[in-house]
Write a protein that binds this ligand. Structure first.
Ligand code: PEP
Ligand code: MG
Length: 592
């Protein structure tokens, strides 16, 4: 009976986070999540034993993490960085003190006290708007699992111990697991939980192995040694495919590889339409060591460097030299013609322990991004100084997030000018012509774009937030996800208005939201007159190819047509039909 069930073909749909197709034997990783028991401690002696046990588990956990870090081949890159974050959490004073206090005050065992600490952090993180930061509760949960295991003395499998070429199936993978994944050993992976901004997804893309997350039940549907197909492009996973499906996917995989190889071979070609309209192509990066991949995939420059990641991976505020090191690395990157460095877009500096921000009722509209920088001016000045100092090494732009009015940008300019005066007085060189731009991601900024255009050198439209604020939908709330519509007529009109206002003032207008990397919207954005598009590196070759095969004339006609529709569904349907017919290879029909 069981055997029958195992052999049944099961098709699951999740979120494709790293493109490509792979098939092979599954290896189900037993994460053996440890459940905490609630035990009351009667004697003081028992209580101090619990505190000691907790301290010992922290020390053992740190030793294990340091061991993993040492085994990672080089000391640079994302891998060791993630381990550092975990070690940082283990040593976080508030994390440790909170648990010890729970043990003493509630007279409970260490496991239950740790459980209470995690619940408290979950509550705090659930109120943070930024999807990336919100997702970082995972880091704390992973660290807690490690400590739980030492408390309970359970031994669990680690990714490093997996012997052969397999497709990894797990409820979730911790950063410590993912950084040990080597593409020659793990062919791909599929997990029950996860999102596009999770560490797991970032690492999968960085090492370029197909991955699908958010499958909900994959660990229940599959057993070790089952044959599994992971399609990380469409987000589909097939368990125990019949020979017919297997054959079809082998064909699809061959086709995908040939197409990707061809696209990559041509990735360096400029994004120039057949009627000679040139569009700048930038990469969105979160870490300075993504430059090589950005260039390989055909970026001319870095359109968005999300610098908040520099803050996130630190237990203290980064120094000016640390900022400077990251920015020079980006600005001087081989093959990088320009780099746009976005200033800090975060709600809090010490993201785990700053209660001022996590207590906000509505963090998306709270003390975020430039608002925070204008409150914490010294922190802002350190960053501006470092960017200006890096500007002598390459074509650099400063990008300010979340500007909602003219006064804000005037204040920012005054601060930049003070920093420049200081640098001059100290004889420190910087490029006097460093360009200043703003993210257009708040509807008020769209409406007054012509006034803002007088103040800055360029605009970059952040559709991720602009859509959220325009359509009044929380971008991380899955219950209103159906309303997150980049092709809503209101959104397209806002983009059109910004482009017109920018061009009338003689400044360039870029777009750097996720929409820029979705081939469905390539022609629309081209036709709307955007000067450059910035996107995740892997998306670049396809978008450039579509542009090279199109004409500006046809994309303008397409825009004129979609602007006649009143409903997002009509626009989406029209675009889908048009793009699939026009570029059958590059915009495949549906996600299988
Ligand atoms: C945006 O809002 O579109 C954007 C690019 O910025 P982020 O996703 O970092 O908020
Ligand atoms: Mg934004």
């Amino acid at each position: 009976m069981d055997k029958e069930k195992i052999k049944t073909t099961v098709i699951l749909r999740g979120i494709g986070v790293s493109p490509g197709i792979v098939s092979g034997r599954a290896y189900v990783l037993d994460r053996c999540d440890v459940q905490a028991l609630h035990i009351k401690m009667e004697s003081d002696e028992a209580l101090s034993k619990e505190t000691e046990r907790f301290q010992q588990a922290l020390a053992d956990s740190e030793m294990q993490l340091r061991g993993i870090k040492d085994r990672l081949e080089d000391g640079e890159g994302i891998g060791p960085l993630f381990i550092n974050v975990q070690i940082m959490i283990l040593r976080d004073r508030k994390f440790v003190e909170s648990t010890v206090n729970y043990i003493r005050e509630n007279r409970i065992n260490a496991e239950w006290a740790l459980n209470l600490t995690i619940s408290k952090y979950r509550d705090i993180f659930s109120r943070i708007d930024d999807s990336y930061i919100k997702g970082r509760i995972k880091d704390i949960e992973d660290v807690a699992q490690l400590v739980f295991r030492y408390l309970s003395d359970e031994r669990c499998e680690r990714v490093a111990d997996i012997p052969e070429k397999v497709i990894l199936v797990a409820r979730d993978l911790s950063p410590a697991d993912t950084v040990q994944i080597k593409s020659d050993k793990i062919l791909g992976f599929a997990t029950d939980v996860g999102s596009k901004t999770s560490h797991t997804a970032i690492v999968a893309r960085a090492i370029e192995i197909p991955a699908t997350v958010g499958l909900e039940t994959i660990t229940r549907e599959v057993m070790t040694d089952d044959i599994v197909i992971v399609d990380g492009t469409s987000g589909v996973v097939i368990v125990n495919p019949d020979p017919e499906i297997l054959k079809r996917y082998e064909e699809k995989k061959r086709h995908y590889l040939v197409l990707e190889e061809n696209l990559l071979r041509e990735a360096h070609l400029p994004a120039v339409t057949k009627d000679n309209h040139r569009i700048g192509i930038g990469a969105n990066i979160e870490f300075s060591d993504e430059i090589a991949s950005a260039v390989l995939h055909g970026a001319n420059g870095i359109g968005l460097f999300r610098t908040e990641f520099i803050y996130i991976n630190k237990e203290r505020l980064p120094t000016e030299e640390e900022h400077f090191m990251h920015y020079t690395q980006v600005v001087r990157g081989d093959g990088i013609k320009w780099a746009t460095i976005r200033t800090f877009d975060l709600g809090g500096d010490k993201f785990i322990s700053d209660p001022r921000l996590s207590d906000e009722m509505n963090p998306a509209m709270g003390l975020r991004a430039v608002r925070y920088c204008l409150r914490e001016v010294e922190l802002f000045k350190v960053q501006i100084r470092a960017i200006l100092r890096a500007s002598v090494y390459g074509n650099t732009g400063i990008l300010i997030p979340m500007i909602s009015g003219v006064q804000e940008i005037k204040t920012v300019k005054k601060i930049i000018s003070e920093v420049q005066d200081n640098l001059r007085a100290e004889g420190i060189p910087f490029n006097e012509k460093t360009k200043l731009g703003i993210m257009i991601e708040v509807p008020s900024a769209v409406v007054i774009a012509e006034y803002l255009a007088r103040e800055v050198d360029f605009f970059s439209i952040g559709t991720n937030d602009l859509i959220q604020y325009t359509l009044a939908i929380d971008r991380v709330n899955e219950r209103v996800d159906y309303l997150y519509q980049p092709c809503h007529p209101a959104v397209l009109r806002l983009i059109q208005h910004v482009v017109n206002a920018g061009h009338q003032a003689g400044i360039k207008v870029a777009i750097c939201g996720e929409m820029a990397g979705d081939p469905l919207y390539t022609l629309v954005l081209e036709g709307l007159g955007l000067d450059s598009l910035s996107m995740t590196p892997l998306a670049i070759p396809r978008v450039k190819k579509i542009m090279r095969e199109s004409t500006l004339k046809e994309s303008k006609e397409l825009v004129a047509k979609v602007m006649t529709f009143t409903e997002p569904q009509e626009i989406e349907q029209h675009l889908r039909t048009y793009m699939v017919q026009r570029f059958p290879e590059l915009c495949p029909l549906t996600n299988e």
